[in-house]
Design a protein around this ligand. Structure first.
Ligand code: DC
Length: 226
């Protein structure tokens, strides 16, 4: 029997993380935040002062890094034994992750680390290429997006709530630049997998997005659990 996978791909800030975590909890499935793997590599490279143009060195660091994930209410990630959770969400880490993610050799090394998350009873996987490259045979696929201004405003609010100074115009520019880089790269660009459910969350609540996914794909599964 193949292990069920629900893939949720889309641009940054579309709500994939929150939606995926809540869906994994409701279904009792494992959760893969694939962006955090690219972000962890970005942190490792910055710590080791690796030149981001040196693909051979980047690949060596990617092969050597040991990652541990603890998925409770908050995701805890340890890189070579050190808790790096607090640094994962920083804007410069996301941007560095997006730059190194454009390298096909880097994606190849990280592929198996992501596929290893596919374990019983099932997996919710969030990223850019979950339904197209990492789990092409997934039974359930979603493409979750929102307008760039909505995504920038959400990010702005999140940063303000954390007491971090932010600039809405700057954030919108960064989001659009990251969308362009992630969508135009030659290897595994952000794109909608064929047969995926398309959801634009610009004017939707998180609960409405979750209901949409469950009603489309997993109604029977949830009913059977109760
Ligand atoms: O989802 P995120 O913002 O944490 O991802 C950070 C960057 O990592 C994103 O801009 C591109 C890259 N990434 C990727 O190329 N493929 C994935 N499956 C997930 C993330």
């Amino acid at each position: 029997m193949s292990i069920p996978v629900l893939t949720i791909d889309g641009p940054s800030g579309a709500g994939k993380g929150t939606v995926s975590r809540l869906l994994a909890k409701k279904l009792g499935w494992h959760y893969l935040d694939s962006g955090s793997i690219y972000r962890s590599l970005a942190i490792a490279l910055i710590k080791q002062a690796v030149d981001l143009n040196n693909v051979i060195e980047i690949v060596k660091v990617a092969q050597a890094m040991v990652l541990e994930f603890e998925c409770g209410d908050d995701l805890i990630v340890k890189l070579n034994g050190e808790n790096i959770s607090a640094q994962l969400g920083l804007e410069n880490i996301g941007n560095t992750a997006s730059i190194i993610a454009a390298q096909p050799e880097v994606r190849r090394v990280l592929l198996q680390k992501q596929q290893d998350f596919r374990q019983l009873p099932g997996l919710v996987a969030d990223g850019r290429d979950m339904g197209t490259v990492v789990f092409p045979d997934a039974e359930y696929k979603v493409f979750l997006t929102a307008s760039s201004s909505t995504r920038a405003t959400r990010r702005y609010k999140q940063l303000k709530e954390k007491g971090i100074d932010a600039n809405l115009i700057g954030l919108t520019k960064e989001i659009e630049e990251r969308d362009r880089r992630d969508s135009e790269r030659a290897t595994a660009p952000l794109s909608m997998a064929s047969g995926a459910l398309f959801i634009d969350s610009s004017d939707m609540t998180i609960d409405a997005v979750i209901d949409d996914v469950l009603n489309t794909f997993l109604k029977d599964f949830i009913l059977a659990q109760h």
